[in-house]
Design a protein around this ligand. Structure first.
Ligand SMILES: N[C@@H](CCC[C@H](N)C(=O)O)C(=O)O
Length: 276
């Protein structure tokens, strides 16, 4: 099996192309290959597959073997892979995802290779039951969450996959390992949740640290950055164009008022290629 190790701001993936469908043992493969001590090491295993609706189809399996509906950093890596490897020669392409439909992507190319990628991540889902949470409300904003004697206040947003955004005084130094797993598996989130801890520094910039469903602490989360921007607008904390600063670098997010779509711009990079 040939693969390319790629990352989006340090959120890293084992990318496999050339298969016609997701292999039956994809979950076991992800657990084995993503292991950082006994495997290649990654946050997820990503397959680039043929699509009947778009130029390509992406499937992503988290490092714990669970499949995610969407992944913002992986979609940028997939976009770079297909262009740099000449599977397509257009700079406007479409990628089908499991949970967020077909997403239009714009490639920014320099010297024949993709440097940054702008993805139309679609409309955020805000209805409580659809995120999903157990809360039957049109929007889940400033909701209390009791976790082991501490009360958090959260906003729930789905970008195809579920996110729980929590504002804290110092996201950069927040104890992710202590609270992330407890919130990820809290009964309020029937399909578990990704958890973003956010500090707003200005109307156009936030710090964000993430505990990802199925992967734990990662250096960046594209859908999490989109959820953070949407949540920050809904809570009146930022404008619609926001730089979300993650441990691995910055993502530029725009929640467009005209079409209600969220646009994410950021880099994608190759680390190495290998054969298993
Ligand atoms: N890192 C991703 C999200 C990957 C999937 C996530 N762990 C989930 O289970 O929903 C991103 O960049 O969006």
């Amino acid at each position: 099996m040939e693969f390319v190790k790629m990352h989006g701001l340090g959120n890293d993936f084992i990318v496999v192309a050339g298969e016609q469908a997701l292999p039956e043992n994809a979950s076991e493969l992800a657990i084995e290959l993503c292991n950082r001590f006994f495997g290649i090491g990654a946050d997820g295993l990503v397959y680039i597959l043929p699509s009947e609706k778009a130029d390509f189809r992406m499937r992503i399996i988290n490092s714990d073997g669970s499949e995610a509906e969407q992944c913002g950093n992986a979609i940028r890596c997939v976009s770079k892979y297909v262009y740099d490897n000449k599977l397509i020669d257009r700079t406007n392409i479409t990628i089908e995802t499991l949970g967020a439909g077909v997403q239009p992507v714009q490639l920014n190319v320099k010297d024949g290779v993709v440097e940054t990628v702008r993805v139309d991540m679609g409309e955020p889902i805000l209805k409580g039951l659809q995120v999903p949470t157990t809360i039957d409300a049109d929007r889940v904003i400033e909701q209390r969450l009791e976790v082991d004697g501490r009360t958090f206040t959260f906003t729930a947003v789905s970008m195809g996959n579920p996110h729980c955004v929590i504002y804290v005084d110092d996201a950069v130094n927040f104890d992710l390992a202590a609270w992330g797993p407890k919130i990820e598996t809290h009964p309020t989130f029937p399909r578990k949740t990704n958890v973003e801890f956010v500090t707003v520094n200005s109307r156009s910039q936030t710090d964000m640290r993430v505990w990802e469903r199925g992967a734990g602490p990662t250096l960046a989360c594209g859908t999490g950055a989109c959820a953070t921007a949407v949540s920050s607008v809904l809570n009146g904390l930022t404008d619609r164009n926001v730089t979300v600063s993650l441990k691995g670098g910055d993502l530029f997010i725009e929640w467009n008022e005209a079409d209600n779509h969220v646009y994410m711009t950021g880099p994608a990079a190759v680390v190495f290629a290998g054969k298993l």
